[in-house]
Every structure is written in structure tokens, then in C-alpha cells.
Ligand binder design. Sequence first.
Ligand code: SAM
Length: 257
Amino acid sequence: MSRRLLLVGIGVGDPNHVTVQAVTALNAFDVLFVVEKGEQVDDLVAARREVLRRHRTPQAGPYRTVALPDPPRPWRTAPDYASAVRRWRAERRELWTRALGEHLAEGETGAFLVWGDPSLYESTLAVVQEVLADDAPDVSLDVLPGISSVHALTARHRIPLNRVGRTVQVTPARQLAEHGVPAGVDDVVVMLDAHATFASLPDPEAFDIYWGAYLGAPDELLVAGPLDAVADEIVRLRARVRQEKGWMFDTYLLRRR
Ligand SMILES: C[S@@+](CC[C@H](N)C(=O)[O-])C[C@H]1O[C@@H](n2cnc3c(N)ncnc32)[C@H](O)[C@@H]1O
């Protein structure tokens, strides 16, 4: 007997992007662990429910749900930000370790449904690795890949991610804002952008942009074109839908001409 944990990549909003391997996993767990962030986005909660509704069959039987309320993230302005982050990570680890101990019995399988792909800008995998390594070495782990926002973006724009033999960089917008597009990199995928950072690049005439928001969802938005020609349109569209929906997820590729 042993305990098992599955990290299941579920894509970024389209239930048809769930792989056959993930469907098998969705029918194999006894306990669903759900990380609850402070401000829950109802649309994302609904999208996860829809994945289960579509892919978990009645034959799989009932499962238990264990909520993991995320401790509040330390503010970047905290006097000692580094130690505040360490404390936050430790609190999370402690909570997850306790949850595994209390809720995952011998012979059972637990699962986390991870947005997109579990290896891309997701902390779940790193936290689980730490917990298992130090506190629950008997639990085995399987990571099931998912279609990430990057691949949903390139597929919807019908473009290759890279150009022949060239480098692609994937970056959080914060890095782009601080350092710009690095020399020698001509294709940059930008994620986690709260500020439409593409609109402040010093040389917009040098790039094309392939932008996508709510990829995979029924209200998906796509815009592509020369950055200097379409940046304002995206900024306006982004601001309007963000206001209407109350949240925004967008990903874009900047491609040097
Ligand atoms: C915490 S990261 C999670 C990434 C995810 N693991 C993946 O594979 O895409 C959240 C960021 O992913 C991107 N993202 C996630 N879902 C998206 C969607 N449906 N449409 C556009 N971008 C999305 C956005 O850049 C967002 O800020």
C-alpha cells in the first residue's frame, strides 16, 4: 500500500484541451486538494468544475475535497520582504503537509488540478516537491502535462513559437518592464502582465505582437499586428474587458521584425 499524488495540467480554459492521460487521472483520485487564493475568480473556479463535470465519470465514484487556504502573500513593500516570503512559504508548506497527513490515507490517490501546464509559472509543483521530500517521502508523485497558455496562444494565432534555430524567451512582465527585450533575443513570450507592459517598449516599430486573453474560454480575445499599430487598441480592449469581468489573464508573443 502506498499513497499517490497527481498534479494534473488541465489547460487554460478549454475542457477540450485536457489530455487523455489527464482524463484517466481525473477518474483516479479519491481526494481533490484545492488551493484557495485570497480573491477567488469565479470564472476560474467554474472552469475547473467544468473540467471535472465533463471528464470525471459517475463510475469513478465520489471524492473528498480538501481546501488549502493560501496564507496572504507578503506585500512587496514589507520591511523585510525576503524573510516575509520565507515565512509565507513555510506556512504554506506546513498547511499542505498537515493536509496530506490528515486527509490522504494509505492506498489513496490525491490530485491537484493545475491551470495550464504544471511546470510553467506555477508554484504548486515546487511546494509539493518540498513537502514530499522533507515530510511525506512515502507519497509518490506524477506530473501530467497540460496545454499551457503559451501553446494555446500560438495555436490560436496559427504561428510557430520559435523561428528556425532561434531562441525564445518566456518572461514575467516585470522583467520586461525592468530590462526590456534582451539583446540577442528576438522572440519573447510575456506572462503575468498587470500593466500592458508591451505599450511602454521604447521601440514598438521593431516588433509584431501576437496577443491573447482568456485563451480557450468562450470569450477569448485575439489581436495581432505591428506593435506600433495595434498597441493602443489592445490597451483599450484590455482595460474595457478587465473592467467588465473584474479580472484579466493575457499572454503575448513579441516578435522582432
Ligand atoms: C500563474 S500563471 C499560470 C500559467 C499556466 N501554468 C500555464 O501553463 O499557462 C498565470 C498567467 O498565465 C497566463 N494565462 C493563464 N491562463 C490564460 C488564459 N486563459 N489566457 C491567456 N493567458 C493565460 C497569463 O499570463 C497569466 O498571468
